[in-house]
Design a protein around this ligand. Structure first.
Ligand code: HAM
Length: 426
């Protein structure tokens, strides 16, 4: 036998049986995005490496260690997108949609790629639902994106959620704070991990995000950015808090929250789930007022988030809320020699219903067993007798009840029976 190939580490197949929960979550994400007035944007899965180096930031773990970067056949450096925001910003700039005064609400759903150490809730190809508001500096835009994220998670039935909120300051107040951190940590440089020593030079705020216990111990005693905010940043944060309170959304202030990407200014937030262990952030985001300008567009403010699909599904599983596929199927069972008539009838019924047709030449009993195995709700039986009488037999596979219906009235009978059984008859 030939050698069997396997999916790459950190990637997963989503097989039938599991994919239905994905579809339910994706459907809900699309529905909620639309309700909040967001329209879909689709950008390429790979981009010029420079987009992420500039956009996400040279000091981030994503750019330093986690990107899938490769030269194409012409020697250009390409990268599989590690996140969606930089690509969305690039696309809007390129389409001329980032003029001052314009406002865009967009969302995306799709795979992202990071060369991370795989573990529960962390993969190398993972999927995000993200939403971005481009063109508004209003704190209400921040509030709107947070509400969109928590409303989607809430509608899926998740209960154990915490919204963590912080401000990372802006170009007015952050440089002085960074300088202060450098001054405090400079004398203790040798105690920091090699990564943090580098972070201290490039972007001292990054040390707040270090997972090394000895660094965390040091960081724990640092003054928080919150205490150094300028008046405008402080007022912005207060209004975001007030907006969340007005809308009835709970949050907690987390002064240590800095996020893993460099483009944030002012608002930073994450939504965590209590039962997920180390990888507990279901989604995160914040304001990125400087990014569009940094990528060559006008000076246009923006805010948004992304939610991890895999982690959200894990959280749903933890709470026993995994969406189950609704079974609304009809199995068309036929007597011997009635294949042609069955094929015609199945095609007709498939205009409205999900219809299974046995592909083999099996007896009626074996066909009905097959129907059970497939989880069909109803069987339509087309036998010799039925053909003679111009009728069909309709059988409820859950109760075993069956009755004859006129051939011409089968669609109405199926629709009524499926509605009664709680199916949609799609
Ligand atoms: P992020 O925090 O890097 O933000 O990712 C957002 C979410 O994606 C995380 O909370 C997590 O649920 C999921 N995620 C990230 N990495 C992995 C992984 N290796 N495996 C599984 N899930 C993962 C961003 O990506 C920003 N673009 C968010 C944003 C949008 N900010 C403004 N607009």
């Amino acid at each position: 036998m030939s050698k069997r190939l396997q999916a790459m580490r950190g990637t997963r197949d989503i097989l039938p049986g599991e994919v239905e929960a994905w579809q339910a979550l994706e459907d809900a994400a699309r529905r909620f995005s639309a309700r909040y007035g967001y329209r879909e944007i689709r950008t390429p899965y790979f981009e010029a490496t420079e987009l992420f180096a500039r956009g996400v930031g040279e000091s981030t773990d994503i750019v330093r260690k986690e990107m899938y970067t490769f030269p194409d056949r012409k020697g250009r450096s390409l990268t599989l997108r590690p996140e969606g925001t930089a690509g969305v910003a690039r696309a809007l700039i390129e389409a001329g949609l980032t003029q001052p005064g314009m406002l865009h609400r967009v969302y995306y759903l799709g795979p992202m790629f990071r060369y991370d150490r795989p573990q529960a809730g962390r993969y190398r190809q993972f999927h995000q639902w993200g939403a971005e508001v481009v063109g508004s500096a209003s704190p209400w835009a921040d509030v709107e994106t947070i509400l969109l994220l928590v409303d989607l998670l809430g509608t899926m039935g998740l209960a154990g959620l915490t919204v963590k909120l912080n401000s990372v300051g802006d170009a007015t107040c952050r440089p002085a704070f960074q300088q202060r951190i450098r001054e405090i940590l400079g004398p203790r440089r040798a105690e920091l991990c090699p990564d943090c020593q580098e972070r201290l030079d490039k972007n001292p705020l990054r040390v707040f995000d270090c997972k090394v216990p000895s660094c965390q111990e040091i960081v724990h005693h640092l003054p928080p950015m919150l205490d150094s905010l300028c008046d405008a940043c402080r007022a912005h944060l207060e209004q975001v808090k007030r907006g969340l309170e007005a809308a009835g959304a709970r949050y907690e202030i987390d002064p240590g929250l800095v996020r893993g990407l460099d483009y944030y200014a002012r608002t930073a937030y994450e939504v965590h789930h209590g039962q997920l262990g180390a990888q507990s952030a279901l989604g995160g985001g914040g304001r990125y007022d400087g990014l569009i300008h940094l990528l060559g567009g006008a000076d246009v403010p923006a805010v948004g988030f992304s939610m991890g699909v895999e982690r959200t599904l894990l959280a749903l599983e933890e709470e026993g809320k995994t969406p189950r596929p609704e079974s609304a199927g009809v199995f068309l069972a036929r007597g011997a020699g009635l294949g042609d008539e069955a094929l015609r009838l199945a095609r007709e019924l498939r205009r409205r219903f999900q219809v299974y047709l046995d592909l083999e030449e099996r007896g009626l009993g074996a066909q009905l067993k097959q129907a059970d195995r497939l989880g069909a709700r109803l069987a339509v039986i087309l036998g010799e007798d039925e053909v003679k009488a111009g009728e069909l037999t309709l059988k409820d596979l859950a109760t075993g009840e069956q009755r004859r219906v006129p051939r011409a009235g089968i669609e109405e009978a199926l629709a009524a029976a499926l509605a009664a059984a709680g199916g949609t008859g799609r």
